[in-house]
Every structure is written in C-alpha cells, then in structure tokens.
Write a new protein. Structure first.
Length: 229
C-alpha cells in the first residue's frame, strides 16, 4: 500500500488527514517533529511526505533541506504561510507542491495522487529512441540525460520537464501547458513552480544560466528548448 508520511506537530490535524488518506486507499504514518521525520525517512521508504513548515521549535525549511540530501521522495508542503517568498524557497529546496492552510481534504488528496502519478516510474511498452536537441540527449528508458557529452543528474520533476520540452523542441510551450502536462494542473498561482524548476534546470544544463542558450524564455508566453548556437 502507498505510504504517506505526515509531519506536523498538530496531532488532531494528523488524525483528520490520516482518516482522509485511509478513505482514499493510502496508508498514513506520522511524525510530530523534525527528528522523528528524518529518522523515519532514513529507516523507511514512504512514497510521499506531507510536511508542515511549523513543527514545534523546528523549521520545516531545515527538514526539507536535510531530507533532500539523502532522498528524492516527493514532498508536499502544508503551511499557513502564504507569502510568495516562502513558497519559492520551498520549491528551491526541492518541494513538489505547496498547499496553504486552511485546505480542503479532497484537494489535498487530489494533489497527493497527482504528485504520486508524476513520480511513478516510467514503464514504456516498447523501447524508445533517445530524444535529442543540439547537445541535450535524454534517454527515457534508462532515465539518463547528457549535455555536451557529460551526464547530468536531474530530479524527477526536472527530468519530466526536460522530457516534455524535448518532445516539443524548437517550439514555444506556453507556461499553462507545462503546468498541466508536467505538474498535472494549471492553477495560475502555481506558475512560480515552473519558473523555479526552470531556473534549477538551467543551472544544470546551461554554460551560463544567466544568459541561457538552450532553455529560453519567451516573455508573456512560455519557454522554448533550442539546439543552441
């Protein structure tokens, strides 16, 4: 059964969310502080983490940063913080989604299921030829990426984003299309997710991320992957 680790010092909230998860066919496990969360992740392999940013005296940002040092388990941040800076920081640290409190339990379950689908292993029915655009080569079956002949280590979301851009190489892809195809929804308040992930991807594949040659922004429209100069 799919396991979801809930990290929150509000035990009543954990109980309520756990009930919703069970009804959705998911198995909740709980941690009420940073130490418990990191210990669970080091000794267990949950399929998803739902992390509150305010967990007692600990900082959820620290927990997110620490867990990203040793696991790629998808993380949804659950927080009452609504500032854009907090959301962007979470995405920069590797969060996959951000849900603000108060929240609807059906919405949370839907977002959990969407992220789980996005992180499900690729299972192509037949072997696929690698995709290439200029010096960028992506092998979906092997889940490898090389740029200028050198291997590049990408997160699951970065890999999916690059894969979709390669499928549409040399064409402008609107931002809302990327949200729908890569993240599973197209809410306008989630557009920063695309921009932050694009920023991380540029840092990994561009010679000069400040002046991208491969992943270019088309103002007020979206992005385009080109073969470079």
């Amino acid at each position: 059964m799919t396991q979801v680790l809930l990290v929150d010092d509000d035990r009543d909230l954990v109980d309520l969310v756990s009930f919703s998860l069970r009804r959705a066919g998911l198995e909740p496990i709980a941690a009420y502080d940073a130490e418990g969360a990191l210990r669970t992740l080091r000794h267990n392999t949950p399929d998803m983490v739902v992390l509150d940013l305010n967990i007692g005296a600990d900082d959820g940002f620290h927990v997110l940063e620490e867990l990203r040092r040793f696991t790629t388990t998808p993380v949804i941040v659950l927080s009452a913080r609504i500032l854009e800076d907090d959301k962007v920081r979470c995405f920069e640290l590797g969060a996959d989604d951000y849900v603000t409190k108060p929240f609807g339990h059906r919405e949370l379950i839907a977002r959990i299921q969407t992220v789980l689908k996005r992180h499900a292993p690729f299972a192509p029915a037949t072997p696929e030829a690698p995709l290439a655009c200029g010096s960028v080569v992506l092998n979906r079956a092997m889940r490898t990426v090389t740029v200028r002949g050198e291997p590049v280590d990408l997160t699951v979301t970065e890999f999916r984003l690059l894969h979709f851009l390669l499928l549409n190489a040399e064409a402008v892809v609107p931002l809302n299309v990327l949200l729908r195809q890569v993240w599973g929804h197209q809410e306008t308040d989630s557009e920063d997710v695309v921009r932050v992930t694009m920023h991380r991807l540029r840092r990994k594949i561009e010679v000069d991320p400040a002046h991208p040659d491969l992943l270019r922004t088309v103002p007020r429209v979206g992005f385009i992957l080109t073969g470079g100069q």
